[in-house]
Design a protein around this ligand. Structure first.
Ligand SMILES: Cc1ncc(COP(=O)(O)O)c(C=O)c1O
Length: 388
């Protein structure tokens, strides 16, 4: 018996949609203040990394409970800088089988060997128990993603690292201002990397940042970021140009003013989704790691396909027709990407099977009561129509 009555023919099959106006999947628009901040830099003529990048570094680090912040060109170069400073060619690095590819591909780009670790079925985060099993005498580091805005089990990874003398990089591209054990995620690990890609919780178009707590490591990353230059045209080591510019820095500072309030709105939306899903058989809300405070870059629903007569893609197509766009993060597990075939040992079954079972609901700071009504109504209608 289901709590609600059948809600009519699916819009996909010619029925009336729950809403003719689609719920926006995300809301990455700039405010007037962001545009004014960018114009002020343009008018100043100081386009390179300068005062606004420094301000973003200082404020973002402080809000993340980290000692140093270093801006850079994007989240991928942030990973390259962290890996370049901490790992050496030939090192084995434990990596998530379920993440965005950059966390892993930049390990390969650094000449290291990625060793895939499965994810947990409940949180979707890298599984420390599987990581512990995969440590070998050649393991030198852990690269863990705080995926979808939710921190991994930091205590567990830090204790594996302490036991085996490993360096830890946390990829927080999707997890700005997330917390663990009551502290900002910048407090943990050797380095934490962030992306400010347009659709991230704080988006500047392109952009990135690292937080670190060790002074020498901060210096090393700073050198790698800018051609190893210690004084004008004196290059202490080989490095790159992975710098941010001050227009991006200014947009970042301006958006940072709103980030705490926008994060709180995401957290409240996640609470609404949790209660909608609580009585929807076959659709599971994401579980948050114990001690973690997630910032909900994405809200990922897991389907029990045995409870439905359709595939995930058919379910999502029906939701779209009702007015609820969804996205799949990710349609293919990182471990199963063709580029990473040489390192796939086919022993990460959870990650490999998740790609057919998950979808993300619209998630942003500007969801309204009407949006929640449409999302709830559509989920119920589609779930009933496809009930096994
Ligand atoms: C987990 C994760 N790591 C790294 C990146 C790369 O960041 P960027 O696109 O800024 O290079 C992303 C971006 O999507 C990401 O989601």
């Amino acid at each position: 018996m289901h709590a609600t009555r059948p809600a009519g023919r699916l819009a996909l099959n010619g029925g009336t949609p729950v809403s003719t106006t689609p719920v926006p999947f995300m809301k990455p628009q700039l405010h007037r203040a962001d545009i004014d901040a960018a114009i002020a830099v343009l008018e100043s003529g100081m386009l390179r990394a300068a005062a606004r990048c420094e301000e973003l570094e200082r404020r973002f680090a402080e809000m993340s409970d980290a000692r140093h912040g270093l801006t850079c060109s994007n989240g991928t170069t942030a990973l390259q800088l962290a890996y370049g400073a901490l790992f050496s060619a030939g090192d084995e690095i434990l990596v998530p089988a379920w993440t965005y590819i950059a966390t892993v591909s930049m390990v390969v780009a650094a000449g290291c060997t990625p060793v895939f670790v499965d994810c947990r079925e409940d949180t979707f985060q890298m599984d420390p128990a599987d990581a512990a099993r995969k440590v070998t005498p050649r393991t030198r580091g852990i690269a863990a993603t705080h995926l979808y805005g939710c921190p991994v089990d930091v205590d567990a990874f830090q204790s594996i690292a302490a036991k085996h003398g490993l360096r830890v990089v946390y990829d927080a591209a999707q997890s700005h201002l997330a917390r663990y054990g009551g502290r900002g995620i910048g407090a943990f690990g050797d380095a934490v990397t962030y992306s400010f890609y347009a659709t991230k919780n704080l988006g500047t178009g392109e952009g990135g940042l690292l937080t670190v707590n060790d002074d020498a490591l901060a210096r090393e990353i700073g050198l790698l970021r800018s051609h190893g230059e210690t004084e004008k045209y004196l290059h202490e080591r080989v490095g790159f140009n992975y710098r941010m510019n001050d227009i991006t820095g200014a947009i970042g500072c301006s958006r940072l003013d709103r980030l705490p309030a926008e994060t709180a709105a995401r957290q409240s939306a996640a609470g609404r989704f949790d209660s909608i899903l609580a009585d929807l058989d076959g659709l599971a809300a994401p579980t948050v790691t114990p001690k973690a405070e997630a910032v909900w870059h994405l809200y990922t629903v897991k389907m029990d396909l045995s409870r439905f007569t359709c595939t995930r893609d058919e379910f999502c197509a029906a939701l779209k027709a009702e007015g609820v766009p969804t996205a799949v993060h990710y349609p293919r597990a990182t471990v199963d990407q063709p580029a990473l075939t040489p390192w796939n040992r086919h022993d990460t079954p959870v990650a490999s099977s998740l790609s057919a079972r998950v979808f993300c609901l619209p998630m942003h700071h500007a969801l309204t009561e009407e949006h929640f009504r449409v999302i709830e109504g559509s989920l119920r209608k589609v779930a009933e129509a496809f009930r096994a």
